[in-house]
Design a protein around this ligand. Structure first.
Ligand code: ZN
Length: 120
């Protein structure tokens, strides 16, 4: 369990950082998310690139270790392999697309039958 968590958006980084999730370098002057916290009594101070931050918010289960719920670069890598994506951005877009399709699947039959008047 995380005892304390602080996610700060940095508009322009002053140094090069490494994204803790996709392990890519975040160039100086780019935006990033700085996440500080205490986990199991251990202080951590990590950076996430914008894509990984979005993935973490929207698709938490794809980028975290199912065991302890921690962000895990291996989990991200596995998800990218599963979806045959070579970048985190591709994965984000693929997962968003998949969500949309599922959403359509769930609601389209209902919408169609309402339009056809089956519901009256
Ligand atoms: Zn990243």
């Amino acid at each position: 369990m995380s005892d304390f968590l602080n996610n700060r958006f940095i508009k322009h980084t002053r140094k090069i950082h490494q994204c803790d999730l996709c392990l890519r370098k975040i160039p100086k002057g780019f935006s990033a998310h700085n996440i500080k916290g205490v986990y199991d009594g251990e202080f951590f101070n990590i950076y996430h690139c914008n894509t990984c931050n979005e993935l973490g918010k929207e698709f938490y289960e794809y980028v975290t270790d199912g065991w302890d719920g921690c962000f895990d670069s291996q989990a991200l890598q596995d998800s990218m392999d599963d979806y045959e994506c070579s970048t985190p951005l591709q994965l984000l877009n693929t997962l968003r697309k998949q969500n949309e399709d599922e959403h359509k699947h769930q609601y389209e039959p209902l919408v169609n039958s309402v339009m056809k008047g089956d519901y009256y």
